[in-house]
Design a protein around this ligand. Structure first.
Ligand code: NAP
Length: 525
């Protein structure tokens, strides 16, 4: 597929109106052809108008037509996977095999959401039939379903350039819900973004949908993102990236004359607690497994296990030695962008200044934007004194916390801010302590893992990729898994409606064959 560098505004190709950029190969520090267009608020406005024009018809597509549309996107992704992985390897420094795996995961995700759409449960069809004889007051017929929020803005993330970007879970779940999408492409991978955008644009065309169902915009500064969040026709926003960026957009959306929901996924250190019996029994294998996961994708994953806490005692030396060995055996590798590399170096320095001792280092950097693998150790008392040690260092480094005793472990657990995940390694003899830790972790995380590692994330019905602030801006929702669709839905109640005016999912006789909550009981009748 030929890259033009144009913006995709509905079915239209739009060339630069506010400058251009070229992608950077972070491995060679060289620019890659072609030039990519930046747009202005004029293109944002055009995309938002088109999305608004598309909303009613797209929100009312039959479940079958919408599911078939999602499957066309999945097929399109499969068809371009080799080309997409090759381009993204140049733009991100990530290995081709990893990118192919990500493309496959994204295609699966679109197909899973097609199933979710066909099942129709996301509508949450609910019927409270009329009770004309009810005393002291008759009840009218009430019917509820969930409909799409409206046109939404999705910020593509840098770190998983497919599955959290243009063809990622946010786009899949928003389109499944019935929301037209305006995608703000991340400038770290403009070529890969265009390839994925063209697949979605083609699927819109092939499905006979209104062109405004999907647009892809790009900008050279905060103005593009700000214009999207400010636009009165945009009704929701999703974002994955830095806490600073996420919160700036969140606050902006709350200051609109009509505030809108913003679902940001920002920062998490995913603490791992190794309890004493598990530590004594298998400290070495836990240390090795933890460090292997920490180093995946050069530590640039939201679920990177960044902090391991263990009480000094039997098994601790073996755990520490295994972590040191893994880190020392790892070469420095290219990080995603110069900005992410610079932030990594800055945050490592901050950790050292806060009292963390460097106990292992991998191979030295060769390229300009390489990240060296690092391991630090600190006493539990120090992390209690300086909470900055519990902040994210985005990149291939981890902090081992040498804890004095159980009370100190509990105190540190209480100090963590909101997390996407937390992990406990336990044996039978640890159950009493695990029972004490559990409510502390429940209050602070979206997912708690036992005797495994939180990374990678499963995409399924029970998946949660969310958590209390600052992991996300709204702990009630997930950005991964089938229930990610709920971010893009809102309930509407239809009271006293004649059958022919009711939406299909709520009609008498249940023509869509959905599971519905009828007078408080699940029914397919
Ligand atoms: P970012 O700087 O937060 O940017 C993400 C996207 O949001 C970009 O498209 C950016 O657009 C836009 N944006 C950011 N701040 C904005 C603002 N104030 N107004 C309007 N738009 C804004 O994230 P990044 O570039 O991917 O990485 C930077 C850092 O974020 C990393 O070093 C890491 O610490 C963190 N990060 C964390 C995760 C995670 O999952 N925990 C994932 C990725 C990144 P422009 O670039 O056009 O301004």
């Amino acid at each position: 597929m030929k890259l033009t560098g144009n913006l995709l505004i509905g079915a239209q190709e739009v060339s630069a109106t506010a400058g251009t950029m070229k992608a950077l190969n972070p491995a060679t520090n060289a620019e890659i052809e072609p030039s990519f267009a930046f747009g202005s608020s004029v293109e944002i406005d055009r995309a938002a108008q088109l999305a608004d024009d598309a909303f009613d018809s797209y929100n009312n597509t039959s479940l079958e037509d919408r599911a078939a549309f999602l499957e066309r996107i999945a097929d399109g992704l499969d068809a371009i996977t080799p080309e997409l992985a090759q381009r993204l390897a140049l733009e991100s420094g990530l290995p081709i095999a990893q990118l192919e795996g990500e493309a496959a995961k994204s295609a699966i995700q679109f197909r899973q959401f097609a199933t979710v759409v066909r099942q129709g449960r996301f509508r949450q069809a609910t019927i409270d039939p009329a009770q004309p004889e009810r005393q002291p007051r008759a009840r009218m017929d009430h019917r509820l379903q969930k409909i799409a929020l409206g046109p939404v803005a999705i910020f593509g993330a840098s770190n998983f350039p497919i599955s959290y970007s243009v063809a990622g879970g946010d786009t899949a779940s928003a389109l499944a819900a019935g929301c037209p999408v305006i995608l703000k492409a991340h400038n770290a991978h403009p070529g890969g973004s265009e390839l994925m955008g063209r697949v979605i644009q083609q699927a819109v065309r092939d499905s006979g949908l209104h062109e405004g169902v999907f647009s892809l915009v790009r900008g050279g500064g905060n103005e593009t993102g700000e214009a999207l969040v400010d636009h009165p026709l945009i009704k929701g926003v999703t974002f994955t990236g830095s806490e600073g960026g996420g919160m700036a957009l969140f606050r902006r959306a709350q200051q609109r004359p009509d505030p809108i929901p913003v679902f940001t996924e920002m920062t998490s250190v995913n603490p791992t607690f190794v309890l004493p019996a598990a530590l004594a029994a298998r400290g070495e294998s836990i240390g090795d497994g933890f460090t292997e996961r920490m180093l995946i994708t050069v530590g640039q994953a939201c679920l990177k296990p960044a902090i391991l806490l263990a009480i000094d005692g039997p098994g601790y030396p073996e755990l520490k030695n295994a972590m040191v060995a893994r880190v020392e055996a790892m070469n420095a590798r290219t990080m995603l962008t110069p900005g992410i590399n610079t932030a990594y170096r800055r945050n490592v320095k901050r950790q050292v200044e806060a009292g963390a001792e460097r106990i292992a280092a991998g191979g030295e950097e060769q390229g300009a934007w390489d990240g060296q693998s690092l391991l630090f150790e600190v006493d539990g008392g120090r992390i209690l004194d300086d909470a900055s040690l519990a902040e994210e260092v985005f990149g291939p480094s981890a902090l081992l916390v040498r804890v004095k005793d159980i009370e100190q472990l509990i105190a540190i657990a209480k100090q963590f801010r909101g997390q996407l995940s937390a992990t406990m390694h336990i044996d039978q003899a640890d159950h009493a302590l695990a029972t004490r830790l559990l409510p502390i972790l429940e209050r602070r995380t979206g997912r708690i893992v036992v005797n495994a590692f939180a990374h990678p994330q499963e995409v399924s019905y029970a998946s949660i990729h969310g958590g209390p602030f600052p992991a996300t801006s709204d702990s009630r929702f997930t950005s991964v898994g089938m229930s990610a669709i709920e971010r893009f839905l809102r309930p509407v109640c239809y009271q006293g409606f004649p059958n022919e005016l009711l939406p299909e999912s709520l009609k008498h006789g249940n023509p869509c064959g959905l599971w519905r909550l009828v007078d408080g009981e699940m029914s397919k009748a």
